[in-house]
Structures are given as C-alpha cells and as structure tokens.
Design a binder for this molecule. Structure first.
Ligand code: BEZ
Length: 228
C-alpha cells in the first residue's frame, strides 16, 4: 500500500473490557490501558453455547439505567470502566471489524465512547466498544452474584471453560493500573475459585448433549454444530 492510500484508510480504536483485555484482536500496533466513563461492567449477558465463552459474559450498562435495576451487590465507587484501547493498523481495519463481528457480535451493539489513557500525556481517543444493550435478547438483567458464579463454574463450550474467562479477566484487570480493580469481577472470581471445577468427563458429556464439538484454534471463530 502506498503512503497516499494508507491515509485514506479509516482510523479504528477499539476498547476492550472483557476477553479483549488479555486476548487482543489481530493487527494492532498500540495497546493502551485506561478507562471509559458512564458505565458499569456486569456479568449479565448470556453467551450460551458460543465457542468464545459459553455461560455468562460481561456487558456494560449505562450507569443511569443500572441505578434503576436495584443491584445492591458490590456497587462501583465511580462510573469508570477500566480496560484496554487497541489501535488497529489502518489497512487492516475492515479485516479486524469482520473478525470481531464473528467473534463477539452475539447480542452486542457498536457504540463509540471517549477513552482516557491511564498514563498522563497520551491523548484521549474515541473508541469503538461492543455493548450488550438492555433490549438485546441475551441481556439477563440484574442477577445475584452466587447464581452467576454457579453458572460460570459449570459452563463449558467448544473452546473452553467459562470460569477461565472470568479468572483471566480478574487477573488481567489487576495488571492495568493500581486503580483498575473491579469488585464485581473479583467477588465472582473468589466465589468461583472456591467451587469445584467440572471434570473432564462432565465436560465431554455436556458438549455432546449440546450438540457442539471442540474446534481447533484456527477454526475457533465458528460454532460447529454436529448434524445428528
Ligand atoms: C471485550 O471487551 O472483550 C468485549 C466485550 C463484549 C463484546 C466484545 C468484546
């Protein structure tokens, strides 16, 4: 691509607040820890049977709406949601958007929001962020943490365990900044760590019951259904 054509490419900054924190998208040239404002992160989105994370996954809820939901468990001290902004190489923007749509779009809508880098002196950016809006069929509303933790502990899909998604998110959040702790996530992680993980045979039984089969990493974006 010539320098002239590279200038025509769209700019894409992508904000990750879930698995994108530790599992980056392809083709990024900058990764910046920081936060967005005005939301609350909650494990209230259903992703049953998807390879990425079956069971429960995170979504963002506008803080004003969240206040109407009567969620008294681990209320956040502020409206900051910590995560990571990725700058996508301009000539790869279309390819990455397609990758993300396949990987993540299940119930999520695209929004754009200002992003504040953790480190001073780095400019703010407008980021694309995927949000499971309250009117999407997979948004479950306010759930009790113990109920969420039990569901996460028992859920397994073709590409892995839901508990790993939670535990990796909890660990990744500790690395972003001294301020990036999210008690909703840490509380769920503590509950799940105290539970017995499902055994390998339970895993296989569940996979065959759901009609899903494990896929290789190169095929990970596809949900493969056995034709019985
Ligand atoms: C993420 O930040 O990892 C993410 C969350 C929901 C949908 C897509 C990406």
């Amino acid at each position: 691509m010539t320098a002239e054509h590279a200038q025509d490419q769209p700019e894409l900054w992508l904000f990750g607040y879930g698995s994108l924190i530790w599992k980056p998208p392809p083709h990024f040239d900058q990764r910046i820890p920081g936060y967005i404002k005005g939301y609350v992160r909650r494990f209230w989105q259903d992703h049953r049977g998807t390879p990425e994370a079956p069971g429960r996954v995170v979504t963002l809820i506008e803080r004003g709406f969240w206040k109407t939901l009567g969620d008294t468990q681990n209320p956040p001290e502020n409206d900051l949601v910590w995560g990571v902004a990725y700058h996508i190489i301009p000539e790869k923007v279309e390819e990455v958007r397609e990758y993300l749509d396949i990987r993540e779009i299940n119930g999520y809508s695209i929004q754009y929001t200002p992003f504040v880098p953790a480190e001073e002196g780095i400019p703010e950016q407008t980021c694309l962020v995927y949000i499971g809006m309250p009117d999407n069929p997979q948004f479950l509303g306010a759930l009790q943490p113990q109920v969420v933790a039990e569901k996460i502990n028992e859920s397994i899909g073709p590409s892995g365990e839901n508990r790993e998604y939670l535990l990796q998110l909890d660990e990744a959040l500790q690395t972003l900044s001294p301020d990036s702790h999210d008690e909703h996530i840490s509380d769920l992680a503590r509950r799940v760590r105290s539970m017995t993980p499902p055994t390998r045979s339970t895993h296989h039984r569940r996979l065959s019951k759901t009609g899903l089969q494990r896929v290789s990493s190169t095929e990970e974006q596809e949900e493969v259904e056995k034709t019985a």
